[in-house]
Design a protein around this ligand. Sequence first.
Ligand SMILES: Nc1ncnc2c1ncn2[C@@H]1O[C@H](COP(=O)(O)OP(=O)(O)OP(=O)(O)O)[C@@H](O)[C@H]1O
Ligand SMILES: [Mg+2]
Length: 331
Amino acid sequence: MKDLFRKFSKTGVLVIGDLMVDQYIWGKVKRISPEAPVPVVEVTKEDLLLGGAANVAHNIQSLGGKVFIAGTIGSDNTGKLLTNKLIEKGFNTDGIIIDGERSTTVKTRVIAHSQQVVRFDREVKSDISRFTSSLLLEYVASCLPHIKGIIISDYCKGLITKSLVKKIIDITKSKVFIATDPKIGHFNYYKNLSLLTPNLNEASFGSGIDIKDEETLIAAGKELITKLNCGSLIITRGDEGMTIFEKNNHITHIPTCAREVYDVSGAGDTVIATLTLCHSAGLSLKESAVVANHAAGIVVGKMGTAVTNQQEILKSMKECKPRDKIVTGKY
Ligand SMILES: Nc1ncnc2c1ncn2[C@@H]1O[C@H](COP(=O)(O)OP(=O)(O)OP(=O)(O)O)[C@@H](O)[C@H]1O
Ligand SMILES: [Mg+2]
């Protein structure tokens, strides 16, 4: 693992996708408003966290990887705050394009006494313009000499379009590992990629096969690989871990460790970030999935969209009590 970690700082990964801001407003409620039957929250603290594709990039950075980001923000204050936050954390922001026709995606949660009172979302979900798309592709091309992997980070906010995915594949000429965590509704965008990492629900939807047992899991995996012609497929299965389907017909089930779970949101981001970084640094897909499984297990034990680091992964590897054995076979 220490050898691997040393390689991380030289391993470039580009994250292209929907950048988001997760805003948290914390406060106390002491009375009901005289204006309407709603609580009045006395604000005590505000936090801005990196969300969406920015969270995927943050996961890679926190593991010690060299990360490049391509995405858009609006010409608004939230966009400035997001850029400042990224610069403060040491990210390169050259690939972030200000698109005056869109707003910066922000999800604001108001939380009082550990309970969410309301969430409001500000976003423009229409597809990006051809011009914005060409600027993003120019940036992707400029990154190619410095990267081994690309993560297409799609949250259905309009940045990832079918034609953009195709053009990314074209300019990389199959020399770069390209992974995506597919979203329902966009499955026909994700053809000819190196790796897809759907969860159970997404895999059921994308394959049209309701996954309820091992037999249907395998059928859905085969169907997705054939239909989308992906190099490999990893279906994440929540507390049951993940199942890897490789082109050579190998199938591997990796169980999770028994642990306390606080918040599963962001586990998918951690999986794809860790997998792509490890595989780009030279680990096999199976080895990368084992590390990603530890990483995701750690972040589900933290509040909110979280990240992990090298020390926590080493600790998890020493202490983890797997619920089951790793099982490999043919599908
Ligand atoms: N209860 C749990 N205990 C341990 N590990 C877990 C648990 N839930 C999820 N994980 C880890 O997180 C990975 C991804 O989880 P899951 O399949 O729920 O992804 P997801 O639904 O895409 O998550 P997200 O909410 O981020 O979209 C799992 O493969 C596993 O490694
Ligand atoms: Mg997910």
